[in-house]
Structures are given as C-alpha cells and as structure tokens.
Design a protein around this ligand. Sequence first.
Ligand code: SF4
Length: 390
Amino acid sequence: MNDIKIIKTSYSALDTFRQCPLKYKFQVIDKIKAPKSKEAVFGNKIHKALEFFHSKQPVSPTLDELLNYLKEIWPASSDASLAESKRASRGGESDVFGDEQTDMIYFSEAIKILKNYYEHYLKIKDKFTVLDTETRFEVLLENPKNKDQKCLLAGIIDRIDKTREGIEVIDYKTSKRFPAQNDVDNSLQLSLYCLGVINRWPEFAKYGIEKLKLTLYFLKHHETITTRRTKEQLEGIQEKVWELLGETEKSEFQPIPSALCDWCGYRKLCPMWKHLYKEQFTLDDQQIKKIIDEFFALKQTNSKNNKRINELKEMIENYLDKEKIERVFGEIGYITRLTQIKTGGYDIKKLEQIIKTLPPPIQEELHKAKRTDKEYKIIKASKVKAKKNN
Ligand code: SF4
C-alpha cells in the first residue's frame, strides 16, 4: 500500500499565490516575516472589535463598550495619555500608523465603521442569531489525479449566523473596492467556506446547500454581496485547489504588481518596489533620475525623437539589469519592465482568465493545445508619484 501524502495549506496562502506568486514565495516558502501594513492592522482591529461584540451574546455590548474595546486594542492609541504606555508595551505594531495624524485618520474611520455597524445591527438583530465567530475549519481534498495525495486546507470564517431561512456565512471586508457579482459567484474562498461549514457542522446540510448564504460584508460602505453554491459547484473545488497547488510547484514566482501592493509588507525586497526604498545613492542612481525625467519629458511632448527615446530605454534597461529590479522611480513617475506573452494574437492573461471559468475537462484540453509562446519585454511609463507604504 502506498503512503498517503498530506499537503497542508490554507486558503489565504493559495489566494496570496493567485494575487502575486512572488509574495507567496516570500511569505510561504521563505517564511520571511513582513511588517504589517496600516491597512492590514486596521482590518485586523475591526475584525477583533466585531468578534468581541458578537461573542458577548445574548446581551451585546453597548456602543460605548464596543468603542472602548477598540480604543484598548488600537496599536498607537489616539488617547495621548495612553499612547506612551501602549507604545512601550506593544512592540512592532505600535508605530504602524507612523505619525499621530495618520493614526487619527485610521482611528476615526474605525469608529465610523463600528458606529454604522452598531446602528444597523440594532435594526436587524431579531432576524438572526450569531452561532460562532472566528471559526476555524479544515477541509481534506484528494488529488483527483493521484489518490495518494491529499491536501488539508485550513481557514477561518469571520461569522456564522442562523437566520430564518437557514445558515449565513459572513466575511467582513475593510477594502473600498467591490468585486463584480460574477467574481463572488465564482469565488474559491466562499466555496471553501461553504465546504468548511458543512464539514464542521454536517447537520447544516439538512437546510440544503443552496440555502447556505455566503455573504461579503463591505464595512466601509455598509453593503453586502451575497452568493450561494450548488452541489455540482462544490464538486469542482477539489480540482481547482489541486490545479493551484500544481501551479505553485512549477511557478517561477514572478511579481504581479497590482493595487494590492499597497498592502504588501515585502516592498523593500520586491524587484517592483525596492528602488523606491533605496537610501544610498551612487552616481548611477543620480544619473538614472535624470534619464527618467528626460524620458517622461519626451513622452509628454509626444516627441518623435525615437532615436533618443530608444537610447533612454536602453539605459533604463541596463540599470534595471544591473540593480536586478524591474521598476525604477523618478520624480514624476516610474518606469516598469513587464513580460508579455504572445499567443496567436490573443492577450494571454485575459485568455487564461476565460479558460479558468470553463469546465475542467475543457480547460485541460485547451492547455494541451497551447503552443510554446513567445515572451517579450516592454517598458511601461506611469506618471504617478509613488509613495512608500511603510
Ligand atoms: S509588492 Fe506587489 S509585486 Fe511585490 S511581492 Fe508584494 S504584491 Fe507582489
């Protein structure tokens, strides 16, 4: 009999890989500890406050108690008299918001969110009962192509409610951006939560999987997006998870810059950002700033001086190679070297997104039909003044 191999992972690790393979490498493979971003600490404090609020049932804390709790757990207190002792006792997190003004902006936003949450809760509190908060779950998923391999996937669900219609899983979001309904309907995270709930409480299945509501609660806007899963959709999860695990094994861990870089604690190590954090400047560094300024100036005036533009591009590429980075920052903007893949006239990234929505057997056939694609680099100029996030 063959030994069974169990791979342990979590939804958040797989999600990190999907967002940016390089971040996954730093975090999961190299296990490099990163300072938490302001947004991550902010989100964590709101989650903790809401956990506190719902863990005191059947008599929920008053609004004052809730806000006082937030004050107690806030890293650098907005209460000046407490700030010193908190700074002394809290170590790494205490200075996350940097200065007092930024601290106050985040703290006021947190107060506003909790006040709105509380007011809304009073209106709807008779419609549901909170069954659990910060619920840990595990799901064991067999590799469909190798029965001796299993994946034990762990996760945490923010809140589970019993409603008149059945069960509702709530995931709090402190981000500003809303996903499209279609993305929520196909969200791997919510499918795994659905599986996790049924695994932990098989009796919930009696309501019918379709009755299990999966809700994203956007706290800044006080809006929700809800979805459900069918039995057939859940059956496809195993394949999706193993496909992602397969990708992690053969990945070259390229950085994928996106809006999520604002929350990333690895910017000082990342080839897309580390130039911004450089503190000592050589002659080459001073020279490159002038080259970037000239590049932007020529672009801005729609200059036809292609000869000079190409010379500047070459100098920028040489600098990127020498520094082993993929992005360089100037006074008015930054320049990024990006890898593009050409496949028969299609945008490969968009094509891959479409393929992912197709049934697994069709996905497999399409991947088999893929040719060896041509890779090429482009230089992209962005006229945005970049800021350090920590
Ligand atoms: S900063 Fe952005 S590109 Fe770099 S590792 Fe983090 S998420 Fe990836």
